[in-house]
Design a protein around this ligand. Structure first.
Ligand code: HEM
Length: 456
């Protein structure tokens, strides 16, 4: 019989023995999973204060090493020794939805496939998308204004659906399948973030997987048409991308990358836009500052203006992502034994980089709980600065491909919104309200707000 150690890393069982590491697994079976859902900030803080930046915990079904320090985030995410598998980190939780996506591939294979996706997010593509995104945001905010009161989270989800089909994959509105595709997409999104992951008919998870299959089949059917078209969407870019020998990537790969792109773009952006609205409605002085910047900024917003001339918008974006990173923690699995912070990490061990906790470490942030958009201003000399203390988009080989796109969308959305409206909570004494932290941050009640037309 083959020895376990001789098996390829992705076929080996996970190591669950971390007794030599300081920490506390928590309750039998569930470990600290329930606390993780209820109060993740408190949980990570407690472990950090009690056991230090490297500790052991049991959560989401695995004994896991928490690496709560920017230095250790750098080691794992940069991964200069190819020792941390993203595929094995995400697989237990997301394999069914992420199948064939970039985070489900490691090392050399990942590099090759990343090119397919990167091909559609170069500067020239983004300039092209800029116009579409602006149009969609303008139309969306007009619709919101007509309603007056909205559930911000629900509306942002719908906006992202329009972006998905208007920018990533132009769907012909006359296509007889358009309603079915929309539904498949929404079902997939719902299913992918459901907490109960049993494939039982009738459950959100089951509907989600069915939606994923339908969406993938739709993409498979469209690939030839996309290759022959002049479409400028991301999907056309994937379909036309070529490998080093000049051949196209397989249809299976293209369809899986499209599905993953939709998943990666959707809830992350929904969460960040919603959480920004949550703070902005609470902080009228920040709204006023942002509005003043918007009024000084030439419109329509050009790509270069967004990235070079809107520091207040950037501060709001950064600070929202610091306080509520849409991907709250990154998971990896070690391949070989190594040492981090003087602690031995055995082979095949789950490790967690808790972005949400690193973003509030008092050793690296002044007044970490405060929303302060000026902490990033040029000239603010922060002695605690560390390149890995702010990592909402990850870092290293798997760093988010959509970060510029996300920033562009954010800038258009809030420019349209604040140039015409003031944002207020629909209910008095709303802040703070109950937040959900996993799988993405959002107010539990979906953030009811009102848009008050600005006095001119
Ligand atoms: C605020 C919005 C977003 C946040 C906070 C975010 C965050 C992240 C993070 C943390 C990762 C790294 C995952 C890991 O290392 O395991 C990632 C990967 C990725 N993101 Fe984003 N993301 C956002 C928006 C987007 C958008 C809009 C797109 C597409 C247009 C996108 C596409 C991707 C892709 C394709 C990857 C995989 C990269 C790879 O594995 O090589 N993301 N994102």
């Amino acid at each position: 019989m083959q020895q376990v150690q001789e098996l390829p890393y992705d076929l080996r069982p996970v190591n669950q023995d971390l007794r030599h590491i300081d920490g506390d697994y928590g309750w039998p079976l569930v470990g600290r999973s329930l606390e993780l859902l209820r109060d993740p900030f408190g949980l990570f803080r407690r472990y950090h204060d009690r056991f230090g930046p490297v500790s052991r915990i049991s959560m989401t079904g695995f004994n896991t090493v928490i690496l709560n320090h920017p230095d250790y985030a750098e080691i794992v995410l940069k991964d200069s020794e190819n020792n941390f598998s993203a595929k094995k980190g995400w697989e237990p939780h997301m394999a069914a939805f992420f199948e064939g996506g970039l985070v489900m591939r490691d090392f050399g294979e990942h590099r090759v496939h990343r090119r397919i996706v990167q091909n559609s997010f170069k500067r020239a593509n983004l300039i092209q998308y800029n116009e579409k995104v602006r149009e969609i945001c303008e139309r969306t905010v007009t619709r919101w204004g007509e309603k007056g009161e909205i559930y911000f989270y629900d509306e942002i989800k719908r906006l992202l659906l329009d972006i998905a089909f208007g920018v990533f994959c132009w769907v012909d509105e006359r296509d007889k399948d358009v309603d079915a595709i929309n539904k498949a997409f929404s079902d997939m999104m719902e299913g992918s973030i459901g907490m109960i992951r049993l494939e039982i008919p009738g459950t959100i998870y089951h509907r989600g997987l069915k939606g994923r299959r339908m969406l993938k089949e739709y993409f498979l059917r469209q690939i030839e048409k996309k290759r022959a078209s002049d479409d400028q969407d991301a999907f056309a870019g994937f379909a036309k991308a070529t490998q080093e020998d000049g051949s196209y990537y397989s249809d299976e790969d293209i369809a899986n990358h499209m599905v993953f792109l939709m998943l990666a773009a959707h809830d992350t952006t929904t969460s960040s836009a919603t959480m920004a609205a949550y703070y902005l409605a609470h902080l009228p002085e920040v709204q006023a500052e942002l509005r003043a910047e918007i009024e000084r900024t030439p419109r329509p917003l050009e790509y270069d203006t967004i990235f070079g001339g809107m520091p207040t918008m950037l501060g709001v974006f950064y600070e929202t992502l610091r306080l509520h990173p849409p991907v709250p923690m990154l998971l990896r699995r070690s391949i070989r034994e190594c040492e981090i912070g003087g602690v031995r990490i055995p082979a095949d061990t789950m490790v967690c980089v808790p972005i949400m906790a690193i973003h509030r470490l008092p050793d690296f942030w002044n007044d970490p709980e405060t929303f302060d958009l000026h902490r990033y201003d040029e000239g603010v000399d922060d002695p605690n600065d560390h390149p890995y203390r702010w990592i909402p988009f990850g870092a290293g080989p798997h760093k988010c491909i959509g970060l510029l796109f996300a920033r562009m969308l954010f800038a258009h959305l809030y420019t349209e919104l604040f140039s015409r409206y003031e944002l207020k909570f629909a209910r008095p004494n709303y802040f703070p309200t109950k937040l959900q932290h996993f799988p993405f941050a959002k107010p539990v009640d979906r953030l009811p707000v009102k848009l008050v037309p600005r006095a001119r």
